[in-house]
Design a protein around this ligand. Structure first.
Ligand code: HEC
Ligand code: HEC
Ligand code: HEC
Ligand code: HEC
Length: 374
C-alpha cells in the first residue's frame, strides 16, 4: 500500500513536470473558430452546449482544457480506442483541435438531466443485507461455527462469486448451495462477496483430528498459489487460513472424486487421508485476515478519488472533473481502465480492485452530483 501511495505521488510529480512543457496556451487559441468546428463535427453527439446528448456520451462543457486536449490526442494516437473519434481527429489540424477544446472548456457545465433518476447504491451495505440469509449456516459476519460449513469471512471476493456459480452449474455438488441464490444477478453476488471479503476471520482452536505440525511440511507446494500460511493474495484462489477443518478435508476429498476444477486434483492426488487431515488441521489454525479492506461506503471511495478529481484539485493536471458526468460513460470508462482497454497505469491501479458492483456505485454517485463550476 505504501508503495502504491508513493508511486501515485511520483506520478503526480511527473504529470506536473510534463504538463509544463505542453501547455495548451503556447499560441493564442480562437474560441469562435472552435465553435465552428464543434458545429461541424461534434454537435451531433456532444451538442453545441457540450452536455452529453445520450447515455454513454460524456459531457464536455466546463471540462478541464488540458484533459480534453490530452483525450483527443489519445484518440488520434490510438491510445484510447474509438473508431469514429480516431478518424475525425485524424482529419483535424492541431489548431482545430486546440480551438474546439478551448470552446468546450469555456462553456458553463450542463446539469446532468438524468441525475434525478439515478439510484445511489452502496454495494457493501447491500451485500451486508443480502448476507443475513447466509448467517444461520455460515455464521455471523461469515465466521462459520458448524463443522463442514466453510467460513466466508476474509475470503477472496472473485473466488466467492466463482464458487457460488459452480454450485449453480453443478460443477460442485452440494444440494443446499445448488439452489441458494440461483437466479441472482451477478451484481448481487459481487456485493455479497465484497461484504464477506472485508470481514475479519476469527482465530480457530485446533480441530479434533489431524496434526498441524505434521501438516505444515506437506503444504510446501500449496503456498505458491494459496499464499504463505494459506492467506491467498490472488483473487481467484481461495484463502485456506482459518477455514473450518472439516470443510477443508471434505473439499480435498471432493477434488479426488467429483469436484470440478482446472487442476487442484493434481496436487491432492498423491496425498493420503492422514496427510489431508494434517493439512486441514494446519491451515484451520493459521491466523487469517480480510482479503480486501474495501471502504464501507461509496462516499469513502470517492473521497480518495477526489484527491485528484474534485474541482479544487490542481487545474494544471490533465485530470478530468467528474461531478455531473454521464453515468453510463463513467461506468464504461472505469471498466475500460480496470480491464486494460484504456491506457492509464494510474487509473488501472486505482480501479482494478473494483467489481462491477462497486464501479456502478461510484459512477452513480458522481453522475448525481451537481456539475463543478469554475
Ligand atoms: C459519433 C458521435 C461522436 C462525435 C461526432 C464526437 N464524439 Fe466525442 N465522444 C463520443 C463518445 C461515444 C465518447 C466516449 C468514447 C470513449 O468511451 O472513450 C466521446 C469522447 C470524447 C472525449 C473524451 C471525454 C472524456 O471525458 O474523456 C472528448 C474530449 C471528445 N469526445 C471530444 C469530441 C470533439 C471535440 C468532437 C468533434 C470534433 C467529438 N468528440 C465528436 C462520441 C462522439
Ligand atoms: C443451510 C445452510 C447454508 C446456507 C443457508 C448457506 N450456505 Fe453456503 N454452504 C453451505 C455448506 C454446507 C457449504 C459447503 C458445501 C460443500 O462442501 O461444497 C457451503 C458452501 C458455500 C460456499 C463455498 C465456499 C468455499 O470456500 O468454496 C460459498 C461461497 C457459499 N456457501 C456462500 C453462501 C451464501 C452467499 C449464502 C447466503 C446467500 C449461503 N452460502 C447460504 C451451507 C449453507
Ligand atoms: C497452481 C495453484 C494451486 C496449487 C499449487 C494448489 N492449489 Fe488448491 N486451489 C487452487 C485454486 C485456483 C482453487 C479454487 C479451484 C476451484 O474453483 O475449485 C483451489 C482450491 C483448493 C481448496 C478448496 C478451498 C475451498 O474454499 O473450497 C483446497 C482445500 C485446496 N485448494 C487445497 C490445496 C492444497 C492442500 C494444496 C497443496 C497440496 C493446493 N491446494 C495446491 C490453486 C492451487
Ligand atoms: C492520483 C490521481 C488520481 C486519483 C487518486 C484518481 N484518479 Fe481518476 N484519473 C486520473 C487521471 C490522470 C485521469 C486521466 C487518465 C487518462 O488520460 O485516461 C483519470 C481519469 C479518470 C476517469 C475518466 C474520466 C473521463 O472523463 O474519461 C474516471 C472515470 C476516473 N478517473 C475515476 C476515478 C475514480 C473512481 C477514482 C477513485 C477510485 C479515481 N479516478 C482516482 C487521476 C486520478
Amino acid at each position: 500500500m505504501k508503495n502504491l501511495i508513493l508511486s501515485i505521488f511520483v506520478s503526480l510529480a511527473l504529470i506536473g513536470c510534463s504538463e509544463k512543457k505542453a501547455t495548451p496556451t503556447a499560441a493564442p487559441v480562437d474560441v469562435s473558430a472552435g465553435k465552428a468546428v464543434a458545429e461541424r463535427n461534434c454537435k451531433g453527439c456532444h451538442g453545441l452546449d457540450g452536455g452529453g446528448g445520450a447515455p454513454g456520451i460524456p459531457h464536455l462543457a466546463g471540462q478541464r482544457e488540458r484533459y480534453l486536449l490530452a483525450s483527443l490526442n489519445e484518440y488520434k494516437d490510438g491510445k484510447r480506442v474509438h473508431a469514429a473519434l480516431k478518424e475525425m481527429t485524424g482529419n483535424m489540424s492541431d489548431a482545430e483541435i486546440r480551438s474546439v477544446v478551448a470552446y468546450y472548456a469555456s462553456l458553463p457545465p450542463v446539469a446532468n438531466a438524468a441525475a434525478k433518476d439515478i439510484q445511489l447504491s452502496s454495494p457493501y451495505q447491500e451485500g451486508k443485507a443480502l448476507a443475513v440469509r447466509c448467517a444461520k449456516c455460515h455464521g455471523e459476519d461469515g465466521n462459520s461455527k458448524t463443522p463442514g460449513t466453510p467460513t466466508l469471512a476474509g475470503q477472496q471476493a472473485h473466488y466467492l462469486v466463482t464458487a457460488i456459480e459452480e454450485y449453480h452449474q453443478g460443477d460442485r455438488k452440494a444440494a443446499i448451495m445448488g439452489s441458494m441464490l440461483r437466479g441472482s444477478k451477478r451484481l448481487d453476488l459481487e456485493k455479497l462477496a465484497l461484504y464477506y471479503a472485508s470481514q475479519t476471520p476469527a482465530q480457530r482452536a485446533a480441530p479434533a483430528f489431524g496434526d498441524p505440525v505434521a501438516g505444515e511440511p506437506a503444504t510446501a507446494m500449496c503456498g505458491g498459489c494459496h499464499g504463505a500460511h494459506g492467506i491467498s493474495i490472488d483473487g481467484a484462489t481461495p484463502s485456506l487460513a482459518g477455514q473450518d477443518a472439516t470443510y477443508l478435508l471434505n473439499a480435498m476429498k471432493a477434488y479426488k472424486k467429483s469436484r470440478q476444477n482446472w487442476g487442484m486434483q493434481r496436487y491432492i492426488a498423491g496425498l493420503s487421508d492422514k496427510d489431508m487431515e494434517n493439512i486441514a488441521a494446519y491451515y484451520s489454525i493459521q491466523k487469517s485476515q480480510p482479503a480486501d479492506v474495501v471502504p464501507n461506503t461509496v462516499k469513502e471511495v470517492v473521497e480518495k478519488c477526489n484527491r485528484c478529481h474534485d474541482a479544487d484539485s490542481n487545474p494544471a493536471m490533465a485530470v478530468p472533473t467528474m461531478n455531473g458526468q454521464d453515468r453510463d460513460y463513467l461506468v464504461m470508462a472505469l471498466r475500460a481502465y480496470r480491464d486494460g482497454r484504456r491506457q492509464s497505469s494510474m487509473m488501472h491501479n486505482m480501479s482494478f480492485a473494483y467489481s462491477n458492483a462497486m464501479i456502478e456505485g461510484i459512477a452513480s454517485w458522481y453522475a448525481s452530483q451537481p456539475a463543478d463550476k469554475h
